[in-house]
Design a binder for this molecule. Structure first.
Ligand SMILES: NC(=O)CC[C@H](N)C(=O)O
Length: 353
């Protein structure tokens, strides 16, 4: 008898080994990243998902809190061919089920062929395949998690001081900590606000930039944040990362759609259509901008041509689908944050004229 099971939407129930007990459910996705497991597991964008690592051994360089992107693990559960004991202890301390000793190559192939799928997990003493199936039966479609933003956003406004060279209003839809760090390291003060913030609150703050963060789930479920972009378009420079790009595109009359299995990894090649330079990027998304609306597509994914960067120079809009904050890396695209803060200088120059 096994002490862990995963029930898949394709009807199969697979056996595994329990590394941290519990029963749970979520959208089964995979990442090909061979490093950065701490960053991935603490990335709020994985809320309501079950994360499979295609790399075989996870935990080989330990667990260190200074590499975390937020205060907790966000995927509902994690799967690897082998988790180290230190990883098992971490999962258990956070009450997040984890399973290993499973053929992850098979799981990843299924996701590639059938797309990200619902799953149910049961791990621990005395669990049965039926427990995993019962979890699967309760699993919702990602787009039905309509309150997902509220699950991960900040409950109070916090300020991170970087030297006062610019005030960035960061709308926290599930922001990675290294987005804040990337801005404060460049001299900006970052005001982290709830994704439910009212436009008046932003007016009172009088920021130099409106920045929409990454985050989990379907961008269509972030109506309040989208309305902030609509409200401040043309008035303030606006930047966005990942979910932020998707929300900004929707606010400018564009649209988003769900991808089959998404992009999750640390070696996604992106070409800048103007300079023709290709950079390697970290990615974690299951939706993509299918229509950029009034914005220009400035960068594309080399593998599948999806929109990786959007802009409108006139109105001061710049977004990325990938993660320029580069945690765990590569560092090729950190210049994005300089470009965002340069919009502040340009705008002050225009105002001074
Ligand atoms: N990392 C993100 O911001 C992810 C955006 C969105 N939830 C998606 O899956 O596409």
């Amino acid at each position: 008898m096994s002490d862990a099971y995963i029930a898949l939407a394709d009807g199969r129930v697979l056996e595994a080994r329990c590394r941290a007990p519990g029963t749970t459910r979520g959208e089964l996705v995979f990442t090909t990243a061979y490093t950065g497991y701490e960053e991935s597991l603490t990335d709020p964008s994985y809320e309501e998902q079950v994360l499979t690592f295609s790399y075989t051994l996870i935990g080989n360089y330990g667990v260190r809190a200074d590499r975390f992107e937020s205060s907790r693990i966000h995927p509902r559960a994690a799967i690897a061919r082998e988790f180290t004991d230190e990883m098992a202890t971490w999962f258990e301390s956070e009450g997040v089920p984890a399973i290993d000793h499973i053929e992850t190559r098979d799981l990843v192939t299924s996701i590639r062929e059938d797309g990200a799928m619902k799953c149910g997990i049961a791990a621990g003493e005395d669990v049965t395949p039926e427990d995993a199936k019962a979890e699967l039966a309760e699993c919702k479609e990602m787009s039905d998690h309509t309150e997902i933003g509220q699950q991960v956003t900040t409950t109070e406004t916090t300020v991170h001081r970087g030297g006062g060279e610019a005030d960035v209003a960061l709308i926290d839809c599930g922001a990675k900590g290294s987005i804040i760090d990337s801005l404060t390291e460049r001299g900006a003060d970052v005001h982290v606000l709830s994704c439910q913030t009212a436009a008046e609150e932003i007016r009172e703050l009088d920021p130099d930039v409106l920045f929409i963060s990454n985050g989990p789930g379907d961008p269509a479920n972030f109506q309040n944040t989208q309305s902030l972009v609509e409200e401040f378009a043309g008035e303030l420079p606006i930047a966005g990362i990942c979910l932020g790009q998707q929300i900004v595109a929707r606010a400018f009359g564009g649209d988003t759609e769900k991808m089959a299995f998404g992009h999750r990894g640390v070696n996604q090649p992106v070409i800048d259509l103007d300079t023709k330079q290709v950079v390697m990027t970290t990615q974690n998304h299951g939706y993509t901008v299918s229509d950029p609306g009034d914005l220009e597509v400035t960068q594309r994914n080399v593998n599948d041509d999806t929109a990786e960067g959007l802009a409108d120079d006139e109105r001061g809009i710049i977004t990325r689908q990938y993660h320029p904050e580069a945690n765990p890396g590569p560092h090729d695209s950190l210049g994005f944050f300089d470009d965002v803060l340069a919009m502040v200088d340009t705008q002050s120059a225009v105002t001074a004229d």
